[in-house]
Design a protein around this ligand. Structure first.
Ligand code: ADP
Ligand code: MG
Length: 262
């Protein structure tokens, strides 16, 4: 369970408060978290729990309102300009809705990430092809997103994320929009990337099956707080919500206890 001395991802009292139109939302209360290099780590919780916010702190899509977020030895808080771009290239991300550019081919989508990263144009096509090959889509480089299935689109998104050789891959509900067969094939691909490249993967999910298949450790978030930390090899959830997730894996019965009454 214990990672190496220097975790690749380290949060120290990292918190995010949103304030809009007089409303204050503590999406994430001050949180400490260590994720070891090479680990597959899960963020479990219901909608609105703060999972995406925590994930987005890791690549600084969100700036924490307090605390520190270190990734691969670099303090992400306060970075800007070229230093932020460099740091972000070491952290890839994929999404539930794939977020591909509709007017670009599969190859064009992957090349775009390299363009943003400042890779010279002469190298882009070769690197992008290698990336598409790694996700099993070498024969689809000329296809537009509309011509691809959901699973193929997510593979293009993974190829795009891999193109800059990130050390960390963030996955926000990456298989939630896919049928179970396609979802498992994407999870298998993620597992292979973790094993073959030692890539650290952080996944957000509300699906215990996804977490059980892929993750070594998970935390459970509820209303912006970590309410459980679970070793997936020997799961002993302590919180009502954590227990509910594991109950879900066995199938619901009339005895299933709902974690909250709202
Ligand atoms: N940009 C934002 N502005 C205001 N509130 C936000 C913003 N992003 C998220 N929130 C709020 O923060 C809370 C956590 O959101 P989120 O991290 O997206 O949860 P999850 O991914 O677990 O569904 C929710 O109450 C959400 O409405
Ligand atoms: Mg979310």
């Amino acid at each position: 369970m214990n990672g190496p001395a220097e975790p690749i991802i380290q949060l120290r009292q990292a918190a995010k408060r949103f304030q809009s139109r007089g409303q204050v939302v503590d999406a994430l209360h001050p949180t400490d978290l260590d994720i070891a290099a090479g680990e597959v780590f899960g963020l479990l919780g219901f909608s609105g729990a703060g999972k995406s916010t925590l994930l987005r702190l890791i690549n600084r899509l969100e700036e924490p309102t307090q605390g520190s977020v270190r990734v691969d030895g670099v303090e992400m808080t306060g970075l800007s300009g070229a230093a932020l771009s460099r740091a972000r290239q070491r952290v890839g991300m994929i999404f539930q809705q794939f977020n591909l550019l509709a007017h670009r081919t599969a190859l064009g989508n992957v090349e775009f990430a390299l363009e943003v990263a400042g890779v010279p144009s002469a190298q882009r096509a070769k690197t992008a092809r290698e990336s598409l090959h790694a996700v099993g889509l070498a024969d689809k480089e000329g296809a537009y997103p509309a011509q691809l299935s959901g699973g193929q689109r997510q593979r293009v998104a993974i190829a795009r994320a891999l193109a800059t050789s990130p050390k960390v891959l963030l996955c926000d509900e990456a298989t939630s929009a896919l049928d179970p067969h396609t979802a498992l094939s994407i999870l298998r691909l993620l597992r292979r990337l973790n094993r073959e490249r030692g890539m650290t993967i952080v996944i957000v999910t509300h699906d215990i099956k996804v977490a059980s298949y892929l993750c070594q450790r998970c935390i459970v978030l509820e209303r912006g707080r970590v309410v459980d930390a679970i070793d997936m090899a020997d799961p002993r959830p302590r919180s009502p919500l954590g227990r509910f997730f594991f109950e879900t894996a066995r199938g619901w019965t009339d005895e299933t206890v709902l974690p909250t009454d709202d």
